[in-house]
Design a protein around this ligand. Sequence first.
Ligand code: GLA
Length: 732
Amino acid sequence: MRVEYNEKENIFQLDTKTTSYLIGIADHKYIGHIYYGKKLADRRGIGALLRTEEPPYVPSQNLREKCSFMDTFPMEYPAWGVGDYRESCLMVRTEEGHRACEPVYAGYRIFDGKPQLDGLPSTFPTEENEAKTLEIVCTDACIGLKVLLRYSVFEDSDAVIRSVTLINEGDKTLYIEKVLSACLDMDNEDFELLTLSGSWARERHMTSCPVTCGKHGVSSVRGESSHQEHPFMALTAPGTTQDYGAVYAMHFVYSGNFMAMAEAGQFDSVRMVMGIHPEGFEWVLMPGASFVAPEVVCVYSDEGLGKMSRTFHDLYREHLIRSPYLHKNRPILINNWEATYFDFNTEKLVDIAREAKKAGIEMLVMDDGWFGHRNSDDSSLGDWIVNEEKLPGGLKALVDRVKSEGLMFGLWMEPEMISPDSKLYRAHPDWALHIPGRTGTLSRCQYVLDLSRPEVVDYVYERIATILRSADIDYVKWDMNRQLSDVGSLGFPSGQQGEIFHRYVLGVYALQERLISEFPRLLLENCSGGGARFDPGMLYYSPQIWCSDDTDAIERLAIQEGTALLYPLCCMGAHVSDCPNHTVGRMTPFATRGHVALAGTFGYELDITKISESDREQIKEQTLMYHKYHPLVREGDYYRIASWQHNHLYDCWEVVSSNRREVLLTYVQVLAQANFKSRKLRLKGLDPNGLYRLEENGALYSGQVLMSAGFLVKRSFGDFVSHLFHFEQVEA
Ligand code: GLA
């Protein structure tokens, strides 16, 4: 890790373990992107890449063509309105109504550590000397705006973390119409664009397309990161695979509206930007006030997507997730949603708990329907009072009974919502986000609470905390089952309505921060109609997030492959459910469902009192399997071996312990093939000089053979058949 500035060259250099990021100051004013790539021990000659010695030259030499300069220079942080016509990061309106802005270089600071971002999730060093930060100061004297561009690197990571702070140093109000958090302006090398997209129950499928001329992007204006698109974008060199090729990736540590855009321009350059979506956004920056934009994690890999994934995984495990559960086995849970939906009572839950305990399950989670008069999804959100018709004696009585069966207890809540049919709505209709005079748009028969208002945040917090204080609750599944619409708040004047989307997200963060501060041992799992708010922002508060409402083992292969592209397996909520699967109707073997869920947090989502005896017996084996392998799955390095999305036949991934002594390989034969022998797979990340023993039959393989020559997986009969292979290094 190194961050330095060379005054003679006017170059900043940030080094991570294997990468370098170089920024140059041209004409003492313009902050330009020089290089991001493999680590440079010797940078002599690199300054020329800013191309300031080529026409149109810098403005001090050729003022008459300043516009050409602005429109070609590789800007580190482009602003709108003074001649750079490519996608900008910054647009600020003045009281006079003008929008041009030109922040120019004014100085820098380099310091140990990494400042936390006020009210926002952010990556952090455990010790100050684990990180270094470069802060480049820019100013636009004309409008009194100061811009701080921050870049942080960690001793043990290959990521560069960027954030932006705007400060109004003038005496007039400024209106921020757009403030993105990062930009990467490079020559286009026939890049392809990799993104994650999908839908409800089909989240985070990997998609790629060529970066042809013009703008290509993903975004959300749904108030959350969304099922549909993900705040991630990568440019990949042609032919990039899991193991080869250059990858430039950005991932946004934020849970609300976002945009990520790659623009291929007229001079064969490509500019990639990421930040809060400007649509519906405007922030009023009073004199003296500042605005902190959320951070973007940038990762460069010269060894394909696999190294990129492992860089994100390690960063998030070491410097983002804060839970005491991070390095612990999570209790194996059984959730009653797919078992009972809204139709349950204390006796039913205790029956499930009793049977679950026999099979080695460790926690019962009571899902939706335990409060108000909620027997379907059309009422009671906001009325967090236990329904004593279902749970006589209240929550504590139920929790105590479940605990006496020997299980921990977890609870579902949806704190951000309000049903029109609720006591809360009747008392405070103005607490729902709405626009006066307009009938609000219902979704799942509910409105969204106005969490931009501190009094609503306080009220909601007290409701959640009262419940958690009332009984011994170990886990909360925090759900959010609709996206935002009619975003108006009675808490703010007309001039500040553009702040509500962002203030809402800040309200969610404030709530979860308070929750984990008061209940530090609580295991929090975020969820949003499945995986619509699976993002690094939420990971800062909860060590795991429900991946998708689709629990079908085969559909999950693509969802979990896309999710694991960025997130460590230990944070992917994954459960075994009953068949035919409730979402897609598919029948899959119980063992396959277990192997696929093992790649995540692991748990069950079925009525254990109703399934077959043989399935119940398999749960006993699977809970043992979880305890045996989860530490490796949780802490190990992830390698993607094959993707069903590409080959249409089989899926395969591997986890290797950091000392390379233990390996777990999961293989799923999705479709059976006729007239076919065994399949050869090459393992990755092993010790080439090591000798590995396969647990199931004691066979010995050299690391070299497994990686270079391959390992044979026998053909199975039938579709959807899976196999788990566990290897351990033995002394030769
Ligand atoms: C969402 C969640 C489900 C379940 C239901 C309850 O859809 O993703 O797991 O909790 O809400 O209403």
